[in-house]
Design a binder for this molecule. Structure first.
Ligand code: KG4
Ligand code: ZN
Length: 338
């Protein structure tokens, strides 16, 4: 039996979690409200907030798990990719804590962890996990990738965005409409009362399995700029339809390439991961593929979609059993493949 503490601080969520083998014991997350009014994450404010949050969040994770720090077998932390200043807080804390407790330190790649979140189990519940190889659409604020997952640590990115990420597109559309950050969940909510066919926006034409979202964002911006010239209340009066139409277009673009990838690689085990996999429209679209294309669909529990340390602890566990440890010299990386 191994008890692993996971620490996540790559962007604007400070999180700590305890996993017992693959079973979740606790998952504490402190969100940072400080970015709301800026329409995006302000890196310097994020790292300062991580510094304030990290000790209380770790304390909470241990308390919720009902364990003392002396019982921990290893500390897993996000080494990258992410914001350097934010990553530094989690990395430094993890290194110091592991040194102090004299237990192994394990580095985790944030994007791998989003995918491996599918292997987190709840106490007493049987878990249905994808078989290797499977495809995972990883959609977050910083990434949009189709990943061919051959094994826990054998992953290949077969398609990715050449500009904006899907989450970033949700957030920018929200910002254009004057909504706070992060806009994804707000658009999701507004879209429930809107007509997805109300407005049409330009869809990208990118060859192969890659994505592009910057044209869609610009199309949304120009469309609204023209409408606002004749009606200053246009956004306020149409925010549900605008949200539904924008969400519909983003999902259509995401699903088109995912279907192409499934066909090309003859794989019908398909998963989604990352913050945007919390989106109700995307979850619905995926579920429909079961009937339409005979996919076996894997949608992570809501709490493991956006950034969380449970996925870091779980990934740490898979490395722990293979003795893949990290030394005290490890420093964070802002960019890096999976
Ligand atoms: O994975 P994540 O928490 O952080 C990164 O690693 O980027 O993803 C955050 C992104 C944000 O862009 C946020 O707006 C988006 O996920 N997001 C959503 C929803 N919940 C979070 N986008 C659409 N619908 C949602 N329900
Ligand atoms: Zn993430």
């Amino acid at each position: 039996m191994a008890l692993i503490l996971g620490i996540e601080s790559s962007c604007d969520d400070t999180s700590a979690a305890v996993i017992e083998n693959t079973v979740i014991r606790s998952n504490a997350v402190a969100n940072q409200a400080v970015h709301e009014k800026f329409g995006g994450v302000v890196p310097e404010l994020a790292s300062r907030a991580h510094q304030q949050n990290i000790i209380p969040v770790v304390h909470q994770a241990l308390q919720l798990a009902g364990i003392d720090k002396s019982q921990l077998d290893a500390i897993a932390f996000t080494r990258g990719p992410g914001l350097l200043g934010s990553l530094l807080v989690g990395t430094s804390f993890a290194k110091a804590f592991a040194l102090g407790l004299n237990i192994p330190l394990i580095e985790v790649n944030h994007m791998q962890a989003h995918i491996l979140a599918h292997f987190i189990s709840y106490p007493g519940k049987d878990l249905i996990v994808p078989d290797f190889p499977f495809l995972c659409l990883t959609v977050s604020g910083g990434h949009t990738q189709i990943v061919l997952v051959k094994d826990y640590f054998l992953m290949e990115v077969i398609g990715k965005t050449i500009d904006d990420a899907a989450g970033e597109t949700f957030d920018k559309a929200a910002k254009i409409m004057g909504l706070p950050y992060p806009g994804g969940p707000i658009i999701d909510q507004l879209a429930r009362d809107g007509d997805p066919g109300a407005f049409e926006f330009a869809e990208p034409r990118v060859p192969g399995l890659d994505y592009s979202f910057s044209g869609l964002k610009t199309s949304f911006l120009y469309f609204l700029r023209d409408k606002l010239k004749v009606d200053a209340d246009f956004i306020e009066q149409n925010k549900c339809d605008l949200s539904a139409s924008m969400q519909y277009t983003i999902i259509k673009v995401l699903m088109k390439k995912l279907k192409m990838a499934a066909e090309k690689h003859h794989i019908n085990q398909i998963a989604i991961a990352g913050g945007v996999s919390a989106n109700s429209g995307l979850r619905k679209s995926m579920a429909q593929m079961k009937g339409e294309l005979g996919w076996e669909v894997f949608i992570p529990p809501f709490e493991f979609t956006t950034d969380n340390a449970a996925m870091i602890a779980l990934t740490g566990y898979f490395k722990f059993i293979e003795n893949k440890f990290t030394d005290q010299k490890a420093s964070p990386y802002a960019r890096g493949g999976i």
